[in-house]
Ligand binder design. Structure first.
Ligand code: SF4
Length: 318
């Protein structure tokens, strides 16, 4: 059995919320998953479910409150600042808003060269060559290195954001709503580019998105989050063919089927996502769940394996 590239166990990120009078918000509450090298885990859920915080905590861009992070066989969670900085060349991020994540005063060449300078990789001439190579890999003309980010379209800027993420040849890329700000036709191009780069460079992705159609397109495994907890985790095909958690069933019922003749009844959830600072007791989903039982209101369900590698946190599967 191979060791996963990334292993996350019991990850927690708790914040003191100013808007909720200092109440603790459990943005990420005991989340566990693993990703094998070259694979993609898609994390999905509504806004505020903790998926982006999970992505950032995994890279320690924000400090987790608890949990273990193992990356490339090392204890990432316990790593001191110096070794962590060195480790960052192996784990990069692609952000939602490419414009906000690029310094508008820098040329694209400078933007791309910066991570190589920070990690003291290569001499100047080689760095320039690497910049041209990275632009070419993301489908941009290497001569664009002299331009500024504002001269590009949204899709082109996201290509620059991706070039910056891959230029240090990382092992892991966390993509946080990487195509959400783009038109649908451009989204498809960027998703195809990410898949091509995964093949060419052996990348491993943690792909965070609220969009189930996007997640289906890119993922090998899917994790469904609700109010900080992982409610279902498993192989993509198993989850799309037969979602087990009532929340996953509702989410999937809202997207078009791949085969239009396949029936699936739309499940309309009652209410909206509750305040994360004061989540409902027991199963957080219980006020909206069509299958809610008495025990659901007081006892948080533990994750149960329903088939190999497919876990569900729901009392229906005890
Ligand atoms: Fe619904 Fe109960 Fe399962 Fe929660 S534990 S999803 S409330 S059936």
């Amino acid at each position: 059995m191979t060791t996963p590239l990334l292993q996350v166990s019991g990850l927690k990120k708790h914040f003191a919320s100013h808007v909720a009078g200092g109440a603790t918000v459990k943005a990420v509450d005991d989340v566990s998953f693993a990703i094998d090298e070259g694979q993609t885990l898609g994390l999905v859920g509504e806004s505020g479910c903790g998926k982006s915080t999970t992505g950032r905590s995994v890279l320690r861009l924000i400090e987790p409150s608890a949990g273990q992070l193992r990356f490339m066989g090392q204890d990432l969670g316990g790593m001191a600042a110096g070794p962590l900085r060195a480790m960052r060349r192996h784990m990069q991020m692609v952000f939602q808003d490419p414009y906000a994540s690029l310094n508008p005063r820098m040329t694209v060449g400078e933007v791309l060269e910066e991570p190589l300078v920070v990690h003291r990789l290569h001499d100047r001439a080689t760095r320039r060559r690497k910049v041209a190579e990275a632009l070419d890999m993301v489908g941009l003309n290497p001569s664009y290195a002299a331009r500024h980010p504002h001269e590009f379209s949204g899709g082109q800027r996201q290509r620059v954001g991706i070039a910056r993420a891959i230029i240090t040849r990382p092992k892991l890329v966390v993509a946080d709503e990487a195509v959400s700000a783009l038109d649908v036709s451009i989204q498809a191009q960027i998703l195809n580019l990410l898949k091509q780069l995964q093949q060419d460079l052996g990348l491993t992705y943690l792909f965070v998105s609220h969009d189930l159609a996007v997640i289906r397109h890119v993922s090998d495994q899917i994790g469904v989050m609700y109010l900080g907890r992982m409610v279902e985790l498993g192989p993509r095909d198993a989850i799309y063919a037969a979602p087990r958690h009532p929340y996953t069933q509702a989410l999937l019922s809202a997207i078009p089927r791949e085969h239009p003749d396949a029936p699936r009844q739309r499940i309309i959830l009652q209410g909206s996502i509750p305040n994360p600072a004061a989540p409902p007791g027991g199963c957080h989903f219980h006020p909206r769940c069509p299958s809610c039982m008495q025990t659901c209101k007081t006892v948080a369900p533990a994750a149960v394996e329903v088939s190999p590698g497919h876990t569900v946190a729901c009392h229906l599967y005890r």
